[in-house]
Design a protein around this ligand. Structure first.
Ligand code: AMP
Ligand code: MG
Length: 411
């Protein structure tokens, strides 16, 4: 569904065109300590039984249950065994070992009685309770997993529990899904660096940090660069990025302004335009295309709310689907109930900023937080989602349900 003729596409068409450009970047082997937030590309198996021995779960003594059942309540302490020690066996019925949590149980005993239920004096342990169970306080060898069992299966986000399991089974290197190499490119002569003091007609560049922060959640590596509104430099720098990166995320320079050189330069560099302009507000001038070397270019309009919306509505779903995150958050539609009547007459999809809360019936209710247009990025701090109001409608009534795109934790 190529739209090379410059006509505007609908939000649904734009989404479809982007999702036709999914990429598989393969996989790579990395140290497990660096794998947090990556997607596991192999099954992790137990290198031995878990636990690897009959593991004691309480500090106390180990006895043979049969001795207790035969009426013995007093046991001579044959040895003291700490966690990490090789097990020492008892030889006689009335012997016990003092043994600590985490230690390996000797074969000659089968039941642990905790210190709280004992009196130990002069090397003799006297059991002070009558009710014990055979085999108590022992975590049996192989009870959790057997050697070669899968302990973490491929295609899931690596979190702290998987890092912990990799450490436990000695899996120092993990095969993970490779991520695209991303260039984040800001454009515009009005932009200054964060550490500079802008004049009243300049702004500090923030879109590049917004994008970088969003990518960090997926552990995507990115480089940032800036391009002034100058066609030669724009051409030179974008050409370099197309050769060096898998994905270019630009902000600014794609509208109708005299100094918006990005679409023209992309065309000169043979990046095939797949659409330019989407029937949406904010973010209408969004440009998307692909180069024959595989590089994809998402060129967002520069207004911070436009960049933010396009990033969440289009780029994140593309990324999550490309790196095959299971049940990607962005692909599971979410809906909320509109709290007030809203009117929006332009024939385009309106992504209204809302604050979603849960009501007393357990429903998600969206309060409009319209702000002052796509330049009002301060408003993003007070809202937590965009509500997608369909282009075909102008009046949206309180109580109606629409799709939402949360960009923060809702509850
Ligand atoms: P443009 O899409 O290039 O016309 O940019 C529209 C407006 O977005 C500019 O006037 C800037 O105020 C703002 N803008 C563009 N790029 C950035 C950026 N990297 N960070 C913050 N604001 C930006
Ligand atoms: Mg600009």
């Amino acid at each position: 569904m190529q739209k090379a003729d410059g006509t505007m596409v609908s939000v649904e068409e734009a989404e479809k065109i982007i999702l036709q450009q999914l990429k598989d970047y393969g996989s790579e082997l990395i140290p497990f300590e660096q794998a947090l937030g990556r997607v596991l590309a192999e099954d992790i198996k137990a290198d031995r039984d878990l636990p690897p021995c009959n593991r004691v779960t309480m500090d106390g003594i180990g006895i043979r249950y049969a001795a207790f059942e035969n009426g013995l309540r007093s046991f001579k302490v044959k040895a003291i065994i700490a966690a990490g020690d090789k097990a020492i066996d008892t030889e006689l019925e009335d012997e016990c070992v003092e043994i600590m949590t985490g230690a390996s149980l000797p074969d000659s005993v089968d039941t642990i009685i905790r210190y709280e239920d004992l009196d130990i004096k002069n090397g003799i342990a006297i059991v002070t309770i009558e009710n014990i169970k055979e085999g108590q306080n022992i975590h049996k060898k192989g009870k959790d997993k057997k050697q070669d069992d899968i302990v973490a299966s491929a295609n899931q986000f690596i979190d702290a529990t998987i890092i912990s399991m990799a450490a436990s089974v000695g899996k120092k290197m993990l095969q993970v899904k490779k991520l695209p190499k991303v260039a984040i490119i800001s454009t515009g002569d009005e932009l200054v660096a964060v550490n500079e003091q802008p004049t009243p007609y300049q702004v500090r560049s923030s879109n590049n940090y917004t994008i970088k922060a969003a990518l960090q959640q997926y552990a995507v590596q990115c480089d940032m660069l800036h391009i002034p509104d100058e066609p030669e430099i724009t051409r030179e720098k974008i050409k370099y990025c197309i050769e060096q990166y898998d994905v270019l995320l630009l902000s600014g320079g794609v509208s109708m302004g005299k100094f918006d050189y990005v679409p023209q330069v992309l065309e000169e560099l043979k990046v095939m335009q797949l659409f330019h302009k989407v029937k949406q507000r904010p973010g209408k001038p969004f440009w998307f295309g692909a180069h024959s070397n595989g590089a994809l270019v998402f060129a967002f309009p520069g207004n911070p709310v436009s960049t933010f919306l396009c990033l969440h509505r289009y780029f994140i779903p593309w990324l999550e689907t490309s790196i095959q995150i299971p049940n990607p958050k962005s692909q599971i539609p979410k809906y909320a109930i509109l709290e007030n009547d809203v009117t929006f007459t332009a024939p385009m999809q309106y992504f209204m900023q809302v604050k979603i809360c849960s009501n007393e019936l357990g429903q998600l209710v969206a309060k409009p937080m319209e702000g002052n247009g796509s330049g009002d990025f301060a408003n993003l701090l007070d809202s937590n989602a965009f509500m997608e109001l369909p282009a075909e409608q102008s009046n949206f009534k309180k109580g109606e349900v629409y799709r939402v795109w949360p960009f923060k934790q809702i509850i």
